[in-house]
Design a protein around this ligand. Sequence first.
Ligand SMILES: [Zn+2]
Length: 131
Amino acid sequence: MPEKMRQQGLVARAPKRLAERFHQLRTGHCRTGQYLEWTKNSDTAACGWCQHKTQTREHLLKHCRKWKMQQKTLWEEVRKAPGEGKDRFTVRDLMADERCTRADLDFLRTTKVESRVDRAQYHLSRVKMEK
Ligand SMILES: [Zn+2]
């Protein structure tokens, strides 16, 4: 079977919710802070996980401190497949590259990157950590 079809099959066979998240991330319609601010669903573009001032796809897949471990796994996989590291790969390229589909799905499965953190919950956990 051609590689491209095989990779699309991976998404098709993934649980529905996971496949939806994959497509949202691919099309840029995932609920990042930047997107929510732009669509007026939020008054801030900040990252709810780490408070970085602008939460974008790039931020979530490369820089967010909350998901360091999962990012490491993702980009190690990407480096194996197309032979490029995260500095040369934009998230757009990553999501468009069928060879990376499995790594993308694994990343989504092990994170909740695009879900919104309940602010009260977030502050609560901060308070606990500071004690
Ligand atoms: Zn962040």
